[in-house]
Design a protein. Structure first.
Length: 132
């Protein structure tokens, strides 16, 4: 499980499975979408003060979210993982948004090469609005 900011996901590793903390507006306690996380400038933040200065707070993952990603990784490693019908579409949508925002600005090229990692399927299934 990755605890780095979204922009720093270890995308080059085939056996990397990621989830993220939820990002919320500090003033309204409204969950931010993935696009909003990058658009408000916190997709690469490393320090609490950076999130706070942009009016964003992080919400820790629930024990269930952590359990789900650990089980998914174990099942993927031992060949028992059974995806849902829409898992591939959710993965594609996540990585489309990710690539749209994680770019080398002067060059306009993606910062990450070939994506080999996955994002937690249960997290994406349970947070579909996050991908809008």
């Amino acid at each position: 499980m990755n605890t780095l900011p979204l922009g720093y996901l270890a995308t080059y590793m085939t056996q990397s499975l990621n989830i993220t903390k939820r990002h919320c507006t500090a003033s309204e306690n409204r969950a931010l979408t993935l696009n909003e996380i990058f658009n408000c400038g916190v997709g690469f933040c490393l320090y609490t003060r950076d999130y706070e200065s942009k009016g964003v707070k992080l919400i820790e993952n629930t024990p269930e979210e952590i359990r789900d990603v650990v089980i998914e990784m174990a099942e993927r490693l031992n060949g028992a993982w059974q995806p849902n019908d829409d898992d591939d579409a959710l993965q594609r949508r996540f990585w489309e948004i990710f690539h749209a925002h994680v770019v080398d600005t002067p060059q306009g090229q993606p910062l990450h090469g070939q994506i080999r990692a996955r994002f937690g399927a249960h997290f994406l299934r349970n947070n579909r609005d996050w991908l809008k």
